[in-house]
Ligand binder design. Structure first.
Ligand code: NAD
Ligand code: MG
Length: 389
């Protein structure tokens, strides 16, 4: 029996992970579950899975969570430190499915104890990729990618020599607005940006898919996790979302990973790695699908992609700047304070300001510096937002 912890268990990835674990209850014991304000879901899952501890990241929610867990044998805890403590518990396998840079510190706890980290939280690698990869090496920890594209690349590389890889192609659905006239994007509403054509995901990543900030994050994630040069990483729009990524080799071969758009595949691969086990995902009927199509992304429609390329070139702490500015701009878009296209404008302004005045390019990453940079970038984003309104 393997012990597992799920950080962000109440979210979209967390719930899909629980779905897989519940299908094989004799194979797993649950150590910790963590969530946010959805205390009913958190408590119900913790009780059903007999977790040792359930943690909400909000200190003010402690009493309510403790009330729901009273007499059940599940311990309640609250606050960011308690989330990090849950991550530090010695689970055999830990899923990082927190959204945003808040996933970094708990993820680092898992790596520092030499654990296995199934990483859905791409922000961990975007904000501090060098530090994270080095920490994993120093402590003999393992990171298994859960983002579908990165799981696909990881699978295409099994048994291959990284030295023979000359391109990695990440596919993108194109998001909710791929066929909209560009001039309409400025007026796109929250509801319109929150519906994805192919994938059922949390709200933030769904909006990031419409703006392609998600694909920008994934380019940086690819660079950091697979440690390949930015010139080898490409994006292609593939509206059907059936090929998740392709890896190209020196001999011209392209290895594509094909599967239905269901995150339980990538989660299940990381859960059972290095084995493959039966998963509850649809078997594709290729004759019924008939055709798969591809098109180049339009830089004018998706300015986030060029900003992400800049991050890959500039390095240092620019990933932390890019991600934090994007998170703050996204908060303000969700609150209705800025428009859809303002998000990229805000991120670019923050990057311009911080890369020139604060000398963050090529800077060395350590955890405190990364966290300070994240905070400063959020302040700079607030200033830039004040200028747009
Ligand atoms: P979600 O919003 O559905 O869930 C997020 C989880 O994180 C919830 O449990 C929430 O309570 C918790 N959380 C939120 N803020 C927190 C904080 N400050 N501290 C601690 N916990 C916090 O998000 P999601 O769609 O499941 O995405 C989770 C991560 O996985 C993201 O990094 C996302 O980019 C990545 N991802 C998601 C999908 C998908 O299909 N949903 C696919 C690929 C990658
Ligand atoms: Mg993805």
């Amino acid at each position: 029996m393997r012990s597992v912890t799920i950080l962000g268990s109440t979210g979209s990835i967390g719930q899909n992970t629980i779905d897989l674990i519940k299908r094989a209850p004799d194979d797993y014991s649950v150590m910790a579950l963590t969530g946010g304000r959805n205390l009913t879901r958190l408590a119900e899952d913790a009780i059903a899975l007999r977790a040792e501890v359930a943690v909400t990241c909000y200190p003010e929610c402690y009493e309510d969570l403790a009330g729901l867990l009273a007499g059940t044998g599940v311990r309640a805890a609250a606050g960011p430190e308690a989330v990090a403590e849950a991550a530090a518990m010695p689970a055999d396998w830990t899923m990082s499915a927190i959204v945003g840079a808040a996933g970094l510190v708990p993820g680092m706890e898992v790596l520092r104890r030499g654990g296995t980290l199934a990483l859905a939280n791409k922000e961990t690698l975007v904000t501090a990729g060098r530090l994270v990869m080095q920490t994993a090496r120093d402590h003999g920890a393992r990171i298994l990618p859960v983002d579908s594209e990165h799981s696909a690349i990881f699978q295409a590389l099994v048994g291959e020599d990284m030295g023979a890889v000359n391109r990695i192609i990440v596919t993108a659905s194109g998001g909710a607005f791929r066929d909209w006239p560009i001039e309409d994007l400025a007026n796109a509403t929250l509801a319109q940006a929150s519906s994805h054509p192919n994938w059922d995901m949390g709200q933030r990543i769904t909006i990031d898919s419409a703006s392609m900030f998600n694909k920008g994050l994934e380019l940086i994630e690819t660079r950091e996790f697979f440690e390949v040069g930015p010139e080898k990483i490409e994006v292609i729009i593939h509206p059907e979302s059936l090929i998740h990524a392709l890896v190209g080799f020196d001999d011209g071969a392209l290895m594509a990973h094909v599967g239905p758009p269901d995150m339980r595949h990538a989660i299940g691969y990381a859960l059972h790695w290095p084995e493959r086990r039966t998963l509850p995902v649809e078997r594709l009927d290729l004759a019924k699908i008939g055709a798969m199509t591809f098109r180049a992304p339009d830089p004018a429609r998706y300015p986030a992609l060029a900003l992400a390329r800049r991050v890959m070139e500039e390095g240092g702490l620019m990933g932390a700047v890019f991600n934090a500015a994007k998170e703050r701009a996204l908060d303000r878009f969700i609150e209705g304070r800025i428009g859809f296209t303002d998000m990229a404008v805000v991120v670019e302004r923050v990057m311009d300001k911080m890369s020139s005045s604060d000398g963050l390019q090529k800077a060395t990453q350590d955890l405190d510096t990364v966290l300070d940079t994240d905070k400063l970038a959020r302040l700079r984003a607030d200033e830039a937002i004040a200028q747009t309104s």
